[in-house]
Structure formats: C-alpha cells, structure tokens
Design a protein. Sequence first.
Length: 645
Amino acid sequence: MQRDLFSADRLHLKPAEGRSEPRLWVRRLIIWKEPGIEVRNTELKSGLNVIWSPDDGSRQGQIGHGGGKTTFCRLLRYCLGEAGFGPDTQRRAILEKMPAALVGAEVRLDGETWLIRRALGHREDYALPGPSFAEVSDFPTEPTGMLPFREAVTKAFLTDALHLIPASISNDGAWQALLAWMTRDQECRFGHLLDWRSPDSGSHSPVSGRNRPQDDRLAVTRIVLNALRPEELETSRRRAAIDTAMGEQRALASKIAWDVARSRKRLARDLGLNPDNASALDATIIKSKAADLLAKAQGLPAAVTLKQLQDARAHVEHAVREQEQARAAITIANNKKEFQESLAKVIGDELPELSAQNQRLAHPVCPVCGVLVDRARAEGCGISLQTCDLEALSAAVREKKEARENALAEIAQVKSELIALNQKLALTNQREERQRRHLNALEQAAFDRSEQIRRAERVWDRAVEFEQASSDLDAAEAAVIKSEGSLEILSGELDAHRSAVSGLVSRLSDRFDAIFGLIVPTGARCQVKLDGHGLSLKVPVDGEAVGSLKIAVFDLAIVSMAIEGMTKHPGFLIHDSPREADLGGSIYAGLFDLAKTLEAFGPTPLFQYIITTTTEPPGEFRSAPWLRLELKGAPAEGRLLGVNL
C-alpha cells in the first residue's frame, strides 16, 4: 500500500489541552529472578512499542513462538492490577525455576510515577509513588498490596461513573474490567468486540468466564465512551426485570393452557360429548352441561329407603344372634354328652368287680375274715375288728347299676337333642346367609345411587375448576400481552436514550471509518452502530483476518479519541499478536504506520500502544525507537525469563 497515505493531515485530531504525556503508560518493566538479580529490564516509551519474537520466516533456524511475548503482556497486566498472571500450569513452571521471582513496573499515572513490585509466588505486593527503581533501594517492611494503585487509577478514570458499573463487576472490579479491554487476551484471538478475557488465561478478571453476561462488558465499553447515562441504565434494568417476569408469565400461561386442554377433553368425555372436537367447548358450555348432569342425578327416585336398610340390618343381626345361641346350645349338649360318656365308662369299668361280688353274695364270705357270712352271723367273727355290713354292699352295687343306666339314658337323650340342635343351626345359617345377601343387595343399590350422584358432583366440581383455570389462563395471557407492551415502550425509551448519545457514537463511527480507510482503502463507508443488539462494526470487506483487524482498528480509534480527551479511556493499549495468518503484510503494516501517525499529535505521544508480533515488523519498526524488546524461542537465554520452562 502507499505508506505516504499515513500522515497527520489525514486524521483531524485535537489533543486535549495541558497534556505532555499519556495519562497512563508503563515506563519500565523489570523481572527479577530473586531480589537484586535482574533477568529482564525493558524500557518502554510513550507511543508505539514493538515486542518482536522472530519466527522461521524472518530468521532461519529460530523459533518465534515460545519466546515469552504473551507472558510479557500478562506480567504488564499483572503490574497494572490484574489478579493473576497466567494459568496454574505456567505459574508452577515459572516458580519451579524461579521460586523467588518478582516483577516490577514503573507506571506513570497523570504525571506521577508509581513503583509496582509483585511477587510471582506468595503474595508480597507493593504499590507506592516513587521516582524509579534505580533510585529506591528499599521497600517498606509491610507490603502495601495493590489496593492503593487500583484506587488511584479507578479515581483517575472512572470515579464519576462508578454508579453505572454493573453489579456483576462491582466498583472494586471496575478498573480490572477496563484493563481487560485495553489488554485483550491473546487466547481470545480478536474474535469478538467484547471478548476480552479467556477463562483459560488465569487472569481472575471480573469479566473472565464463559457464562459472564456480554451486556456487562457492553456497559463498560459505553461507560468509557461516555455513551451510557443513568436514565438508560435504569430503563435497561426495568426492561430486564419485565423481560424476566414475562418469561415466567409465558411459562405459567403454557402450563395453564396444557391443564385446560387436558381438563376440557376429560370433561367432554364425562359429559357424553365428543372429546376429539372439544376445543370449541368453553367454560360456560361445560359448566351448563355439568349442572344438567347433577340435577338429573339428584332428581332420580331413591332405589332403597333408609327403613329398608335398617330392617335388613336388624334381620341380619337377629339371624346372627340365633346362630350364636344354636352354637352355644350345641356346645353345652356336647359337654353334657362327654361328661355322661365319661361317667358311664367309669361305672362300666367298675361293673366286673361288682358282678363278681354279686355272684358271691349267694354264698357270701366275709371279706374281712373269710368266714361264711351265715356262720359269722351265727357265731360272729373272731378276728375282724369291724362288723360286716352286707346290706350296704348290696346297696352300693344297686346304686352303681342305676347310675350307669341313668348316664346311658342321658347320653341317648343328649344325642337326640344334638341332632335337633344341628338341624336348627343349619336352618339358622341359611337364614343368616339369605338375610345378609338381601342386605348386601340393598346396600349395593344404595351405593350405586349415591355413586351416581357423587360422580355428577365430581364432574360439577371439575367444571367449576375448569372455569377458574380458564379465567387464570385469560389473566396469564393478558399479563404476557401487557408485558410485551411494556417491553415495546421500554425498547422505545432505550432507543431514545441511545439516540441521545448518537453524537458520541457518530464521532466514534467517523473515526473508525477514517482509520480503517487508511489501512484498507476500499472507498466504502465503515460504521460503528449502537442499537438494541449492542455495539457492532460494519466494514465493506469480509474474512477472518479482516474480522480481527476491525477489532484492532476499533481499539486504536478509541485510543485516538482518548488523545483528544473525549473518552474515559486511558489511551493505553496492548495487542498481543493481532495478525491472523491470512492478513496481508501491507495491511498489517498499516497498524504500525497508524500508531506512528498518532505519535505526531501532542508535544510527545499522548498514548502508549504495545504490540507483540512473530511476523517481522515493517521497515523502520524493526529497530529503535519503536522496537523495545526482541525475544527468541531458542536458545533458552533468548526467552523472556532466560530459562526453558
């Protein structure tokens, strides 16, 4: 391309009055292996600073990647207040080689020098004003932490906008969010205007993370551009709240609609209507049909009277009592029979002996003395101590016989009674079973009648519920419509708020168009657009490389406006390897030429732009004053930390 196209005359910048240097820039970066032993001491300048790690395309046999360009950028960010300087694997690798390593930066903030020194291992951070590291030999015993510098830099650039910072970022993270934009992660590959930090870079930035809302980064961008006002922010919050509520309302309406459709089909089936054509049935029709069904059920004649049920239950109870009485009588008779049988058996066992005695009574012998009774009567027993009562013995025999005969007669009588009792029990069982069947039939008839009424009542209850659900559905759908109307109104208000800052966006768009046209002279209009979808860039050429280029140009357009004091941007920018493989060399060179052109505005450059590259810088930018550091992937001494990690 024509290198002479780049001149101050083609950009109409008016530097902010009273400035003699950038509001924020890094004058020096030092890496110590341990306190007192420097590994790297790199002096930087205002304006363009090139960090170059040559690849095989520029110097045969050398490796550009792995020289430490990205680590250089991360350490710079670390010194400017970022929480981390790399992923855990890289941190561990560095600390294995250099366990006591430190990094320091001389940072100029609104004309004042800050000395920042941070340990790469344990927390031992210092941030305090001072002339230079060369002039300060000792630091305080107690570390200050990074808070003093973060507070100072936040106050310098964002103090009047902290009330606009999104809650997910918070005031404490406001500076780190802006820092993320100014020092994009190389891992993000300039893929999106608002992609600043990759979760894999170990930055712990408040805008890092795959689930971080893009709207919050857009808010930070607009705050820095002075293109966001409290009224719009409040309107946005109201719109977000209504949008969330509307989502819940739609979900509720969808659930109610599903319930209503299911209930309508079921009611149609219960009411004898066609469930396949139930969609035309509204709550009024269904409720009317349910009322008719209930009235019909309640108007049916009673199948069974209460007195019939009471009489049937009384008959069953009487039959049960008769059963119990019959069983009790049978039990008593059986017991009596068993007793008499036992008695007869005992007497029967005694009868043989009694019979023998009876035989001997014809010629009785005294059981005591063995003398014939007749003789004993005549002469008396000379041996026995007691008298022999033959009459008593005869009486005992007679009594035994009579008792046995009585027992046998009683047994015969009881057996006869048992036959009658068992017959009576059988009749009682039949009567109880008949009465119970009758009662069951009456109860079933009564239940069927009651169930018919209950079924009609349940249909009525569901019809009432259906009417309420239909009303709820109408209310839910009305709420959705109302929310949609509110969103439309608020969207109009947001458009009005964005229109109120359209002048700022228009100036940014003009600047973006001018700068992009210098690098890629297409003759067509480039545009920055702010609308309800966010901030977007439109360029007349396509391609992955152009996609990355337009984001880099956008950042430089913001820097050019910072030179004029038109934004809250500090005018500090780091681009870590911004060139995509298919980006033409002459177009890539345009970034360097543009930065050189911007240096002409002001007594000294009023910005700082640090760019790292493996591609050979164009022409004069391969040497001082622009080339500030040359790194090599091999040997190890050529790397940023001087060691092979």
